[in-house]
Design a protein around this ligand. Structure first.
Ligand SMILES: Cc1ncc(COP(=O)(O)O)c(C=O)c1O
Length: 349
């Protein structure tokens, strides 16, 4: 089914400061919005970015039916705009929505809305070669009613923001063995707001101790590594790229998936397997070269410099010749159009 999206343009485009702005602080000029009522999506439209009005009874404000995505568009070498793997993000969005009893957005509507919005606001992408446009599709339960129930009315929206690299310096992280992000049977694999709210307190405690993030461990044994903040985790040890397998408790990261495929293309051995933090500790104590990094849309690749396990701190390898940077360059090359897009990941406007 084709969707016609009405567009109301901002009357006067604001002159924006082109300097680096902190992540997620500056919206682009327009946003997409669409309402779900009586089993149908209504009135898809692009309007000037602005506030929402909503009843204090809106269900999303109370019971957590909120789901979002985080994706990026890049400026290619030839000046075209490339939205990276929108279909993979769409699939994950639908999976998250299903877990939260929220209605799927039709694929054609999702893609058309993205296309039109980025076409309109793509020129707000910073020209810095490391920069991109962050795209945030999200859905919230808008039905006015106090009382726990599955909502019957929703808003689906897309907003964008210029993005510079997320973490500027290598990270210092600690293995978390007390608090839990997600347990089997829970919502860990869904990109729903509650997962992030629940992670704030342990992350804040880690920050108070001088760490950037925690490394989450599994809920049953607190031994197996899960993920970190808004990133999947990867390790390069003994010429193998290790990452925890997809399960119900971690997010199926698009960056994770992309890096695994690129590693295979580059002839690097990969292993998606349960990794105990104790195995990492043994490798570090044996003096092996261990690369550890986070992989995610916002951060792309975030090298980890220090891992704290209990009261010990270990140094990981972050030298320029690290394999993680080769993978990062390979991914960047595809996004920028300087390397062939052999997996059809680019959606070029
Ligand atoms: C909890 C969590 N894990 C992993 C990721 C990485 O996923 P992606 O590479 O799709 O951005 C994210 C980012 O969205 C996240 O929020």
């Amino acid at each position: 089914m084709e969707y016609t999206i009405a567009i109301t343009r901002q009357e006067e485009r604001k002159v924006k400061d082109s300097a680096v702005v902190p992540f997620g602080t500056q919206p682009t000029e327009h946003m997409f919005i669409c309402e779900y009522k009586q089993g149908q999506w209504h009135n898809p439209r692009i309007v000037p970015f602005g506030d929402l009005t909503m009843s204090p009874f809106a269900l999303c404000l109370h019971y957590g039916q909120t789901v979002f995505e985080g994706m990026k568009a890049f400026l290619m070498e030839d000046g075209k705009i490339n939205i990276f793997r929108p279909l993979k993000h769409y699939e994950r969005f639908v999976k998250s929505l299903e877990r939260m009893c929220m209605p799927a957005v039709p694929q054609a509507l999702f893609i058309e809305a993205l296309h039109q919005l980025i076409q309109l606001d793509g020129d707000e992408m910073p020209t810095d070669p490391e920069a991109s446009l962050y795209i945030r599709p999200f859905m919230i339960a808008s039905e006015e009613r106090i009382g726990v129930k599955v909502a019957e009315e929703y808003l689906f929206m897309i907003v964008c923001s210029p993005a510079f690299p997320y973490y500027s310096k290598p990270l210092k992280v600690k293995v978390e063995t007390e608090f839990v992000r997600a347990a089997e049977g829970g919502t860990g694999y869904a990109k729903c707001g509650g997962n992030y709210g629940g992670a704030l307190y342990p992350s804040q405690m880690a920050r108070n101790e001088g760490y950037d993030q925690v490394i989450w461990t599994d809920a049953k044994t607190h031994e197996f590594i899960e993920e970190s903040g808004t990133m999947n985790l990867m390790f390069f040890i003994d010429d193998v790229l290790f990452t925890p397998p997809l399960s119900g408790t971690i997010l199926d990261g698009v960056t994770r998936d992309s890096l695994l495929r690129l590693a295979k293309d580059m002839g690097i051995n990969t292993a998606e397997m349960a990794i105990s933090y104790k195995e990492i500790q043994v490798a570090l104590e044996a003096g092996k070269r261990v690369e550890a990094f986070g992989a995610g849309t916002a951060a792309v690749i975030a090298p980890i410099e220090i891992i704290a396990i209990g009261d010990k701190q270990y140094h990981c390898y972050t030298g320029q010749d690290a394999t993680m940077f080769k993978l990062q360059q390979a991914l960047l090359g595809i996004r920028k159009g300087t390397k062939p897009d052999t997996h059809n990941w680019n959606y070029i406007l």
